[in-house]
Ligand binder design. Structure first.
Ligand SMILES: NC(=O)c1ccc[n+]([C@@H]2O[C@H](COP(=O)([O-])OP(=O)(O)OC[C@H]3O[C@@H](n4cnc5c(N)ncnc54)[C@H](OP(=O)(O)O)[C@@H]3O)[C@@H](O)[C@H]2O)c1
Length: 316
């Protein structure tokens, strides 16, 4: 154990970071050991990571000293921010800046920064096809992450810029799954027209990140996206129907209709889907399932994910 290189993992009890910790510790030949960073080392989730063999340390991305301590002696660091915990782009950027500085100060040799596209490069603020949000963003949780990239490059931190895709778990946890329409028929309502959505099982994001660290420095300075499938609304609905044993109909709506749904973040998620729809080719080119599988041979397809998880999708 002592000769293994440490990978410090932010968000270790969550989706992305948790997948990485479990990937490291499910490989008996791994050259790495995970250092799981959590605000609460006493939680059940943290204890479960310790049982796998991970070192569990206290750290909060709003507390620079704690992150510097947690990165000290680490070979690698997985850096992720938590937009949906606070809905603040300022906070997200400050947390990224803090992690980049900590990585620089402690001499981390390889950071994976979980970023997303700056959608304003495709659809400038002046373009009225999509509303501008918070005064200076099109998709705030994308744009702010991209804006934070420079903290890593400016600090000279060896960084892989890492792009997750739509988690299939959003069908369980985020209310994106099929819901009964007025006549009781299950409807999968997405503003994706006939375009393909890139998606992935949350657990596979961390497994692919393990593959990135496993390639040594090969992917430093590169922009790497991951996805298991690119599927249209019709294809998603057909697969959901088969897995649920109930017919699911794709209900394509316009981005404006989606934004008007009124749940917290509906305008932001509507903009995100419009970005996925309007710039499908660029979004999906970056998130190549074949390359993702080369990083993570266990990559689950949507069908495989459904086999394990369809029963957890709330249908109300
Ligand atoms: N959902 C999607 O489809 C999707 C797609 C692409 C990208 N993303 C991005 O993914 C990011 C979230 O990653 P995730 O899904 O892995 O998160 P997550 O599952 O919500 O996990 C967050 C974990 O991070 C920890 N955490 C929260 N605040 C913290 C803080 N201040 N300091 C240290 N740790 C903290 C929490 O652990 P403790 O309580 O143990 O500290 C929690 O378990 C978001 O920024 C989102 O934009 C999401």
């Amino acid at each position: 154990m002592a000769d293994k290189k440490i990978i410090a993992v932010v968000g270790a009890t969550g989706a992305q970071g948790g997948g990485l910790v479990r990937a490291i510790h499910s490989d008996p030949d791994s050259p790495f050991r995970a250092r799981a960073i959590t605000r609460n080392p006493g939680s059940d989730a943290a204890k479960a990571l310790a049982r796998l063999g991970a070192e569990v340390v206290a750290g909060d991305v709003d507390d620079a000293a704690s992150i510097e301590r947690a990165f000290t002696g680490a070979h690698g660091a997985y850096c992720v921010t938590f937009f949906w915990a606070h809905f603040s782009t300022e906070k997200e950027m400050e947390e990224a800046r803090l992690m980049a500085n900590a990585a620089k100060k402690t001499g981390v040799a390889h950071v994976i920064w979980s970023t997303l596209e700056d959608t304003r490069k495709w659809i400038p603020l002046s373009d009225a096809r999509m509303p501008t949000l918070l005064g200076k963003y099109k998709v705030p949780h994308f744009d702010a992450k991209a804006e934070a990239n420079h903290f890593f490059t400016d600090a000279g931190v060896p960084t892989t810029f890492y792009y997750a895709s739509f988690y299939w778990e959003n069908f369980i946890l985020f209310g994106s799954g099929p819901k009964p329409g007025p006549d009781g028929q299950l409807l999968l309502t997405l503003p994706m027209g006939d375009r393909k959505l890139a998606g992935i099982a949350a657990e596979d994001i961390g497994r692919c990140a393990y593959g990135v660290f496993g390639r040594g420095g090969e992917l430093i300075g590169k922009h790497v996206g991951v996805a298991s499938d690119h599927l249209t609304g019709l294809e998603l609905a057909a697969k959901l129907s088969r897995a649920l044993g109930k017919p699911v109909k794709y209900n394509p709506v316009s981005p404006d209709t989606f934004r008007s749904f009124g749940f917290p973040g509906a305008d932001e998620i509507g903009n995100m889907f419009q970005f996925y729809h309007d710039f499908e080719a660029d979004v999906n080119r970056l998130r190549d399932p074949a390359f993702s599988r080369s990083l993570n041979p266990k990559l689950q397809t949507f069908d495989q994910w459904l086999k394990e998880n369809a029963k957890k999708i709330p249908l109300e």
